[in-house]
Design a protein around this ligand. Structure first.
Ligand SMILES: C[S@@+](CC[C@H](N)C(=O)[O-])C[C@H]1O[C@@H](n2cnc3c(N)ncnc32)[C@H](O)[C@@H]1O
Length: 151
């Protein structure tokens, strides 16, 4: 991995950075528990990871860009590393690619915190025909989609 990538700061436009509200993560944890480790592959400043660690989970955090939290320079879309569980709030402009990658690499549960509009759309509709969400939930501030890997 080159330093150029590791030290790359998130561009003002392009990283699609948005910090997940704490309430949304707590809402997820009211409804779901996770056995084993957690991967947060687009951790940003650690909003999700910090809450999960506080609740006693073992979390591996990385991001393509550097925000001073987790391991920077890791492009999740080319990762081949299998994980127990994955929780993230993906960049919305890459949400489907992240979802496909997450479901292929995760052995237990995938939880994606994102806008509810993700459930709409033709291309995503095709994907959901084969890999439907087990459950979706929404909080006042954030919409959540959780799904179990289907194999
Ligand atoms: C919507 S933000 C969410 C940040 C954090 N998960 C949170 O909930 O606060 C999306 C994150 O995805 C990261 N990202 C964008 N493309 C990525 C990629 N290919 N691999 C890993 N992270 C990526 C961005 O740098 C940004 O931190």
């Amino acid at each position: 991995m080159s330093n150029r990538i590791v030290n790359r700061k998130a561009p003002k436009k392009g990283a699609d950075f948005y910090e997940t509200p704490r309430d949304a993560i707590l809402k997820l944890l009211e409804n779901e528990s996770f056995d084993g480790g957690i991967s947060e592959p687009a951790c940003g400043k650690g909003a999700i990871s910090r809450v999960m660690i506080e609740k006693g989970y073992r979390v591996n955090s990385s991001d393509l860009f550097s925000y001073g939290y987790g391991k920077p320079g890791v492009d999740f879309l080319v990762s081949k590393k299998k994980v127990d569980n994955l929780i993230t709030n993906p960049p919305f402009n890459l949400a489907l690619e992240f979802t496909k990658q997450a479901t292929s690499l995760t052995m237990r549960k995938v939880a994606l915190l994102m806008r509810i509009q993700f459930l709409e759309g033709k291309e995503r509709g095709e994907f959901f025909k084969h890999t439907p969400p087990r459950e979706s939930m929404s909080s006042a501030k954030e919409s959540l989609v959780t799904k179990r890997r289907l194999t």
